[in-house]
Design a protein around this ligand. Structure first.
Ligand SMILES: C[S@@+](CC[C@H](N)C(=O)[O-])C[C@H]1O[C@@H](n2cnc3c(N)ncnc32)[C@H](O)[C@@H]1O
Length: 246
């Protein structure tokens, strides 16, 4: 396996990978940050032109490529972990909405012993991880995940994001449903003292769920990592030190 493939397979990281910097930290990046403009080719819609332009000019996309991460989202988890110390050595981590695998890579890099994950989309193998291809919203999904856990996990991560329809209410309801399902699952499986992180959207977490999380975790905060696009309504909810099932 050549170096590039090794990186993309997300195998256990080497010492060199532990010293990876975030794009914000990496001053030499300036030379790589030349602005790309994308011509509107025939057949290319304006929306996809803008998307492509944003991708080409996004320092986190560039840095993810350079550092062998499968997604720019990897930097979000790195930042959240830096600030909140979520993943400890030998942790058992659950990753909901794992594709393409950036958070799986970062979890292993941070010393997790195993990652159990799920996504509707396939995820290329990562050493130390078992990812199932299934809809997390199906009744059988949480039982399937539970059957794969040898013990209560230390951390549950959810970066679940539904495809948007453009219809505001529908999208909002879909998102709320994913966040609630992830939170309920976390509270069903986490070990006492465990941590939960979930993507939520503008407006933060619904009041009822936020109260429930505050009841069940000692520490609950909303956070917006630098790697999360400024214009995006996405934020994260960090809940630490699960009080345990009553
Ligand atoms: C933002 S991406 C996750 C990126 C990932 N954290 C990474 O670092 O590579 C959100 C993922 O949620 C998945 N997803 C959305 N709804 C889902 C569902 N009901 N069940 C399983 N996965 C779902 C999508 O397929 C997508 O891969």
């Amino acid at each position: 396996m050549n170096d590039k493939n090794k990186r993309m397979s997300g195998g256990k990281p080497t010492g060199e990978r532990r010293s990876r910097k975030t794009p914000k930290e990496s001053k030499d990046n300036a030379t790589r940050m030349m602005h790309h403009k994308v011509k509107t080719a025939r057949g290319r819609k304006i929306g996809s032109k803008l998307w492509l332009e944003r991708q080409l000019n996004d320092p986190y996309v560039k840095e993810a490529k350079i550092q062998g991460y499968r997604s720019r989202a990897a930097f979000k988890l790195k930042e959240l972990n830096e600030k909140y110390k979520l993943i400890k050595k030998d942790a058992l981590v659950v990753d909901l909405g794992a594709a393409p695998g950036g958070w799986v890579q970062v979890s292993m890099e941070l010393g997790a012993k195993e990652v159990i994950g799920i996504d509707i989309l396939p995820v290329e193998t990562v050493a130390g991880a078992q990812i199932i291809e299934m809809d997390f919203m199906l009744d059988e999904a949480s039982d399937k995940l539970k059957s794969m856990l040898g013990r209560e996990p230390d951390v549950v991560l959810s970066d679940l994001a539904a495809n948007t329809t453009g219809h505001r209410n529908t999208d909002h309801l879909k998102t709320v449903a994913l966040v609630e399902a992830a939170a309920e699952f976390a509270m069903e499986v986490l070990r006492p003292g465990g941590n939960f992180v979930t993507k939520v959207f503008q407006g933060g977490t619904e009041r009822k769920l936020l109260d429930r999380l505050k009841d069940n975790f000692e520490f609950v905060r909303h956070a917006k990592p630098n790697a999360s696009r400024k214009g995006s309504p996405e934020i994260y909810l960090v809940a630490k030190n699960f009080r345990g099932r009553k």
